[in-house]
Design a protein around this ligand. Structure first.
Ligand SMILES: Cc1ncc(C[n+]2csc(CCOP(=O)(O)OP(=O)(O)O)c2C)c(N)n1
Ligand code: SF4
Ligand SMILES: [Mg+2]
Length: 334
């Protein structure tokens, strides 16, 4: 029988075709022995990208560590929807302390394990963008500069969702939140504020930094697996869509996350020791308008008369990312 190469959908998806691959190429989720770190019954909204991202990230970390892992969680949606007392959806050793100290708790667990000579047990810290880039950032920076043996995962849904959608340092320009209302000359979040946590993580010269989106779960698994091969401080920043806070349909949750990458607004890359080592190129370049129109947090930019000037500024930000990270092979205007 002539050789038939595997089709993209067979290697790129999690369904039956996945089992046609060699075992080491299969996704973690295709493995019936997966840990189901975050199991069913939790209270996340329908289409929640954070729930999906956390499950894939932690299942991949569990697989990479042979199940020898402890997770520390910041306060936020992920913690609240997964652990309504006295229930828990976590099927792994998991601890929650405070909103801002998950990196410090992770460091403490790693130090205790080291003191006990249990370096076979690995530590993952995790939190939302508010817990990571704002309130927990001093602890995180300390964890980075000491090169503590922790993987920290940020689930970035671009606002403080758990408490009712307030702006964070990761909220993009023009987005409407409860604290950046769509009023005045510059409606929504203002331009020129906020920060890029992945780039700041790189500035600490830590062994591994990566970004990913919940639209490409194979990429999430691969980056978490790679991170667990390394010792020292590692940071993975995953863009996770939030239907409630972004005002998108639950069914569009992954579509929106994919467009964040395909427009250039969210660059997907890896960096080792402060140098970008790989970028995920844009496959089908899309104008930012396609991304923005799916979300009610940007509704004030459209309609009559709308704000084409603001849409153009957001497009300029996307174009700058595309140039800066080399996200397309040739500069093709959108
Ligand atoms: C010191 C402190 N301040 C405020 C809060 C209230 N609080 C709990 S979760 C949260 C927002 C979390 O936002 P984020 O980290 O982005 O996670 P998300 O819910 O968006 O996933 C806030 C403000 C708190 N628990 N502790
Ligand atoms: S508010 Fe957003 S992040 Fe929180 S559970 Fe709902 S969809 Fe998920
Ligand atoms: Mg958030």
């Amino acid at each position: 029988m002539p050789h038939q190469p595997l089709k993209f959908y067979q290697s790129g998806s999690f369904v039956a075709g996945n089992r046609l691959l060699d075992p080491e190429q299969r996704s973690v989720q295709a493995d019936t022995g997966r840990s189901n770190s975050l199991t069913s019954g939790h209270r996340a909204c329908q289409g929640c990208g954070e729930a999906l991202g956390a499950r894939y990230a932690l299942d991949a970390a569990m697989k990479a560590t042979g199940g020898q892992m402890i997770a520390a969680n910041a306060t936020g949606c992920l913690e609240v929807f997964s652990t309504p007392y006295p229930e828990s959806s976590w099927q792994i050793p998991w601890v929650h302390s405070l909103f801002g100290n998950a990196p410090a708790v992770s460091t403490g667990i790693a130090a205790a394990l080291k003191a006990k000579g249990r370096e076979d047990v690995r530590v993952v810290g995790q939190g939302g963008d508010g817990g990571t880039v704002d309130i927990g950032f001093a602890c995180l920076s300390g964890m980075f500069e000491r090169n503590d043996d922790v993987l920290y995962v940020c689930y970035d849904n671009e606002a403080y969702m758990n408490t009712g959608v307030q702006r964070s340092g990761a909220t993009p320009p023009a987005a409407r939140t409860m604290t950046t209302q769509a009023v005045g000359d510059e409606p929504g979040n203002v331009f020129g504020q906020g920060k890029s946590a992945p780039l700041i993580a790189m500035a600490h010269d830590i062994p591994y930094v990566a970004t990913a989106t919940v639209a490409d779960l194979r990429d999430v698994e691969a980056k978490i697996t790679r991170a667990m091969e390394i010792r020292g401080a590692r940071y993975v920043h995953i863009l996770v869509s939030c239907p409630l806070g972004w005002g998108c349909a639950s069914k569009d949750s992954l579509k929106v996350a994919r467009l964040a990458k395909e427009t250039g607004l969210f660059p997907v890359f890896e960096a080792e020791r402060s140098e970008v080592s790989s970028v995920s190129k844009i496959r089908h370049r899309a104008p930012v308008e396609e991304y923005l129109r799916l979300q009610r947090r940007y509704a004030h930019l459209f309609g009559d008369p709308g704000r084409p000037d603001i849409v153009a500024r957001i497009q300029a930000d996307a174009d700058r990312n595309i140039r800066r990270f080399g996200l397309v092979d040739e500069e093709v205007p959108v």
